[in-house]
Design a protein around this ligand. Sequence first.
Ligand SMILES: O=P(O)(O)OC[C@@H](O)[C@@H](O)c1c[nH]c2ccccc12
Length: 263
Amino acid sequence: MTVLENIIASKQIEVERLLQVSIPFHAAKQPIPFKDTIANSSEVQIISEIKRASPSKGDIRTEINPVAQAKQYEACGAAAISVLTDTTFFKGSMEDLQAVAEAVRIPVLCKDFIIHPIQIDHAKAAGASIVLLIVAALSKQQLHDLYHYAINKGLEVICEVHQVTELEVLLELNPEIIGINNRNLKTFEVDLQTTAKLAALIPHRDTLIISESGFRTRSDAILARDAGAEVLLIGETLMRATNVSKAFNELKVAKERSTKHAR
Ligand SMILES: O=P(O)(O)OC[C@@H](O)[C@@H](O)c1c[nH]c2ccccc12
């Protein structure tokens, strides 16, 4: 069994449980726009992640105060905050997301392995503005159904791909936002070239491309920018940083790139 298969099996049990209980959250705020705020910026934007632990890295910072960390991200100029809400594998929770969403004025992404609409209901009720759908974790039908379910709830959706075959399935949906994960969720291998490889196959100029995972240095950020990413999703490097704003600014690059790379 791959890690992804393992996680999905645990999500199936979690969904059974969620279907038995009433939703414990009632977000006061409406979703906050994300994609439309990116277009006018002159810099590559950053989605900063609250990630206490992961199956690939083990404990990162389990004791973190997610609200204090998120407020630092917001002060740095993050475009959005991603909160890992899976407990079993990432030591996060929907309570983390709810606390963060209440404390910041920027959109919050529910970072989880969504396989059922009930998870989208919980994410929205906890205050998420964006949800993630991982193409590798879903059938084509599930992907279509969950995508439209979330959009109809007024949420924005980041559809995540890692392989060409996943991208081909996804493009039929004509999604507004595509997340290219540089990390293979089945092997945990990270290859920053994944973004360039897949971005070159995305035909619509107005599709927002987010490059996800593995960013440590400024040259990593430049590589993704030159491949066509307008947003970077960064977790571990910011979680481990002793000086968050210094680490953030290191990874913040101008949008401008040489014309030979332009899509
Ligand atoms: O910590 P990193 O390498 O900066 O990665 C962040 C983010 O991209 C990663 O957490 C992630 C991307 N897609 C996911 C899907 C599920 C869980 C986690 C992820």
